[in-house]
Design a protein around this ligand. Structure first.
Ligand SMILES: NC(=O)c1ccc[n+]([C@@H]2O[C@H](COP(=O)([O-])OP(=O)(O)OC[C@H]3O[C@@H](n4cnc5c(N)ncnc54)[C@H](OP(=O)(O)O)[C@@H]3O)[C@@H](O)[C@H]2O)c1
Length: 279
């Protein structure tokens, strides 16, 4: 009964792997380059590129459950091989962009929808995790925080309910190890709505620094981010952030209901990780 953890190098996959390992499960960790994986002693590693069906058979042989990252290109072939291999349950890391009004035209939402639709229609038992913004997105400020105390942020008054990746991982582990969440779609958020400005203030408080936030217009934000972010993704992000200006972000109690613990706050995340933003 081996559990395959895709994205084993990722923020969520890494945490899921650690938790399952501590609980004594038989594990296989995958990455496009398995040599880059840093896994606990005794965990098998395998090459898996979710866009390359040639890698699927070896990765899925003998697997009963999968933590799956959302990559649309090879999804139908992946599910077909998973079914033939006898996989009993797939837990998909999707996205709350599926709750947007314009799912078909929004590139990020559409990306995840293709994978969700394929999984649901495959007939394989599933659990779909739809998290909102991750706390770890704060690493996007790392470069600026190392350079000084003034941080440029497009739509600084936009609100999100950042979720700690430990909470996503805790929910994923319940889904992978118990039958209770079969064929459920779970909206996962952090416990509170915060503006980007407030997130940066909290990071400043934790680091003992006075952070000044410079609110950029859409055009300024686009110019600043377009060298680093693919055009389609950037359009989607700017649209979401613009819509979130002055609007309290939706919070969901689902993570707390499933884990039995209050969802971790952004301040808790910052107390743990802010030091690494400037390291
Ligand atoms: N950040 C957010 O605010 C947010 C919000 C909602 C949903 N999400 C979802 O969460 C995902 C990011 O999760 P994360 O932060 O844990 O990941 P991450 O730290 O950004 O790492 C990305 C992972 O995806 C794997 N990956 C990428 N392309 C792959 C492919 N073709 N085949 C196999 N694996 C592939 C990478 O594996 P290797 O490089 O080792 O192959 C890596 O482990 C997003 O892509 C999105 O689906 C994110």
């Amino acid at each position: 009964m081996t559990i395959l953890v895709t994205g084993a190098r990722g923020n969520v996959g890494r945490r899921v792997l650690q938790r399952l390992y501590a609980a004594g499960h038989s594990l296989r960790a995958s990455g496009r380059n398995p040599a880059e994986l840093d896994v606990p002693e005794g965990v098998e590693t395998v090459a898996l590129d979710l866009n390359d069906p040639e890698t699927f058979v070896a990765a899925l042989a003998g697997v009963s459950k999968v933590l799956l990252y959302a990559e649309p290109e090879g999804i139908n072939a992946f599910l077909d091989v998973a079914d033939k291999a006898g996989v009993e349950h797939i837990v998909l890391l999707s996205s709350d962009t599926l709750y947007l009004d314009d799912v078909e035209s929004d590139p990020l939402a559409h990306h995840h929808k293709i994978v969700e639709d394929a999984l649901i229609s495959s007939g394989l038992p599933y659990t779909i995790l739809r998290p909102g913004a991750f706390c770890t997105n704060a690493f996007l400020w790392s470069h600026a925080l190392k350079a000084g105390d003034t941080i440029d942020q497009v739509f600084a008054e936009s609100q999100v309910a950042p979720i700690h990746e430990d909470d996503i991982a805790d929910v994923a582990v319940v889904a992978l190890t118990e039958k209770t969440l079969e064929n459920e779609i779970l909206h996962l958020t952090g416990p509170e709505s915060l503006t980007f400005r407030r997130e940066l203030e909290i990071i400043g408080e934790v680091l003992g620094r006075d952070i000044v936030v410079n609110d950029l217009t859409r055009e300024e934000g686009h110019a600043a981010m377009s060298p680093f972010v693919e055009a389609d993704i950037l359009r989607s992000l700017l649209n979401q952030w613009e819509t979130g200006v002055g609007v309290t972000a939706v919070t969901s109690a689902t993570a707390e209901r499933i884990t039995g613990k209050p969802a971790r706050t952004f301040r808790e995340w910052a107390e743990e990780y802010a030091q690494y933003l400037v390291a």
